[in-house]
Write a protein that binds this ligand. Structure first.
Ligand code: SF4
Length: 98
């Protein structure tokens, strides 16, 4: 996961519309996998994370979720709680850089 942290950038390399086209989740049938599971549903979370693990744009997805403060769902293979830690670090980094 450290690698993902290091890969966070202030500007996503690709625009949201462009990377979304390449996302593994958009190739699934609607409702096939729940990317907004109950935070306590470890089984559903594991299924969503398994899809993210195959996704070629997971880095862009994670960076987008952190920068836009997505507070629910699985983005870039991480839960909201897992992203919150990264967002705090990202905000600190942004403050230091300004
Ligand atoms: S990382 Fe997961 S949620 Fe994000 S675009 Fe890829 S499959 Fe979808």
């Amino acid at each position: 996961m450290m690698q993902m942290t290091e890969g966070l950038v202030s500007e996503p390399e690709m625009e949201f519309e462009n990377w979304r086209e390449l996302a593994a989740c958009v190739r699934l049938d609607e409702g096939e996998v729940d990317f907004f599971p109950d935070p306590e549903d470890v089984g559903a979370i594991a299924v969503a994370k398994a899809v993210c693990a195959t996704c070629p744009v997971a880095e862009e997805c994670l960076a987008y979720a952190i920068e836009t403060n997505q507070s629910e769902g699985i983005w870039g293979g991480l839960t909201a709680k897992e992203r919150a830690r990264l967002r705090r670090r990202w905000l600190e980094r942004m403050r230091r850089a300004s």
